[in-house]
Design a protein around this ligand. Structure first.
Ligand code: ASP
Length: 583
């Protein structure tokens, strides 16, 4: 037997027991008369003691295994004289009787400790060693718990987990597809699914009225810090439901997951329509852990001879509570911050509301103290507050001020990672106009239904129609999104018209779905949660990569296995990707 117990298991109740442990050498200390080894496995660390006086040969042998050697030890559990309250096994140690080296190890390229000395790249290259670290294991354990909690809730609620294919057909909508050449069909390609969207809708037509799947999705997008080319969704669909049903059940799922995985009781989910989110926070995924809502400053800013404001489409401000005493340096830093290319503002105007009848601003030249004070009062600032103002085109200003608001929230410690503020954003626009392509795109996807009361707009003003779509946002992170779908062939076909598909193109790409709608498609809708993102939110880490056992780096590479990689000529020929030279 390789082991009777794990390295995280032994307690005072085991004292006197003969045991066998196996694991990795975390570290060893040779004190001359005694050798100590900290033995590690994924359950914990146990101290082993070898005593010169008891068995000189064994003690000698215990000096040889270096870091990360795999050893097996038998011995007796005894109470430690020098207890370590920081370790769960810290009350005991194992007085060793035998030691067997099961395998040696090269010195690892970085220390296998929570606080490792290994850089990102090195740890990714040796991810199998990185995964030995306790804090990395905890993240994968959290992921596992999240999957189990999801499955148990969904099962309990009557959902069936059904797998859908990974080799499907490329479609022009959405992100870029990863494609897979078909050897048996030369010159033809499968695509890896960006999501099981059409399949889950077909399952509704088939009568599987509650479906879910924890499923891998693939999107060939330019990578950002929190993106992976392959990622996981909790994908869900239900028939005979309206938006209200979906929001209810998936609020309950989310609450269940937070309770089960991190023992947090979420507050009730707030709701906000898209238009309000944009108007008050400049974002469709506002962080509502704090207020600092946008204030329309047009009425105060315009008509005083300050050309920048007079000619701007929008003048918007936020009130930073208690920041009137910000120094020149701090304000300069904020100005520099908004002028960075990532934010792109031209400048920042501030008004310090120092006290009753006491204001100081960066535009004192244009505005009298009375006007400035009226402005402050008008937007709800109190003495002691700082008003920060941006101006320009409405969409741009909203975006910039939204970023500044988040930045200030961070500066003022208003974004406590232990506080969770869930929000359903609803009533998204159905379409967005793409200036470059000169056509509408579906804001969510082409299968999303318009709100019934907006269907009449499709004919002449489709851009004004709102969608039966919703996003779940927690702390400024989009955790999930979905919609009530179109289930009527004619409406789906009209939707493809609006998106600029010819009848033939629509039939060729999505005929299978529209045909299915002619065979008794029930009303249906669903949602998909970003599983990796949910992990990182629950685990309190910024990066989703930490929660993926073998992630890709920022250029989409797996540096451990060195993928992607070229394939050989023969494979290329077989896949009809290269014509044989002699043919
Ligand atoms: N398939 C959608 C997505 O991946 C989610 C949904 O509409 O259910 O974003």
């Amino acid at each position: 037997m390789h082991r009777t117990h794990t390295c995280g298991e032994l307690r005072l109740t085991h004292v006197g027991t003969e045991i066998t442990l196996a694991g990795w050498v975390q570290r060893s200390r040779d004190l001359g008369g005694m050798t100590f080894i900290d033995l590690r496995d994924r359950y914990g660390i146990t101290q082993l003691v070898f005593n010169m006086d008891d068995d000189a040969e064994l003690c000698e042998k215990a000096r040889t295994p270096g870091r990360e050697f795999v050893i097996k030890v038998t011995g007796t559990v005894r109470e430690r004289s020098n207890k370590n309250p920081k370790m769960p096994t810290g009350d005991v140690e194992v007085k060793a009787k035998t030691l067997e080296v099961l395998n040696s190890s090269k010195t690892p390229p970085f220390t296998i400790e929570d606080d490792t000395d290994g850089g990102d790249e090195l740890r990714m290259q040796y991810r199998y060693l990185d995964l030995r670290r306790h804090n990395v294991q905890e993240k994968l354990i959290l992921r596992h718990k999240l999957a189990i909690a999801t499955r148990s809730f969904m099962d309990e609620a009557g959902f069936l987990e059904i797998e859908t294919p990974y080799l499907i057909k490329s479609t022009p909508e959405g992100a870029r597809d990863f494609v897979v050449p078909s050897r048996m069909n030369p010159g033809e390609f499968y695509a890896l699914p960006q999501s099981p969207q059409t399949f889950k809708q077909l399952l509704m037509v088939s009568g599987y009225d509650k479906y879910f799947q924890i499923v891998r999705c693939f999107r060939d997008e330019d990578l950002r810090a929190d993106r992976q080319p392959e990622f996981t969704q909790i994908d869900c669909e239900m028939a005979f439901v309206e938006q209200e049903d979906i929001l209810t059940i998936f609020s309950a799922l989310t609450k269940h997951l937070f309770r089960k995985v991190i023992d947090v009781n979420l507050p009730d989910f707030r709701r906000m329509d898209y238009a309000t989110a944009m108007e008050k926070y400049g974002s469709d995924k506002p962080d509502i852990r704090f207020g600092m809502e946008f204030k329309d400053c047009d009425a105060f800013a315009k008509g005083h001879g300050f050309n920048v404001f007079d000619t701007a489409e929008a003048v918007l401000g936020i009130v930073a509570t208690g920041c009137a005493e910000y120094s020149r340096k701090q304000l300069d830093a904020l100005t520099e911050w908004v002028k960075r290319p990532q934010i792109g503002a031209k400048g920042l105007v501030y008004i310090k509301y120092l006290g009753e009848s006491s204001v100081k601003s960066s535009v004192d030249k244009f505005y009298s103290p009375e006007v400035l004070e009226m402005w402050c009062k008008g937007v709800g600032a109190k003495p002691g507050d700082l008003l920060l103002v941006l101006s320009g085109d409405l969409d741009a200003v909203r975006k910039q001020l939204g970023e500044l608001r988040l930045h200030m929230g961070r500066e003022l410690d208003l974004r406590d990672p232990k506080v969770f503020a869930p929000l359903w954003v609803v009533d998204f626009p159905l379409l967005e106009w793409d200036e470059g392509e000169g056509r509408h795109f579906a804001m969510h996807h082409p299968f999303t239904s318009p709100k019934p009361e907006d269907v009449h707009l499709l004919e002449n003003e489709p851009g004004k129609a709102r969608a039966n779509a919703y996003d779940l946002v927690i702390n400024g992170v989009e955790i999930g999104g979905g919609s009530i779908r179109i289930h009527d062939r004619a409406l789906q076909s009209q939707m493809f018209d609006i998106l600029g598909f010819t009848k033939e193109e629509a039939q060729a790409q999505f005929g299978f779905l529209m045909n299915a709608f002619e065979y008794g498609a029930p009303p249906h809708g669903g949602i998909a949660f970003g599983f990796d993102r949910l992990c990182s939110l629950l685990g309190g880490s910024e990066s989703i990569r930490d929660y993926i056992a073998f992630p890709k780096n920022n250029s989409g590479r797996d540096v451990m296995i060195d993928a992607p990689a070229p394939i050989d000529e023969k494979q290329l020929e077989e896949l009809a990707l290269r014509i044989r030279k002699d043919s």
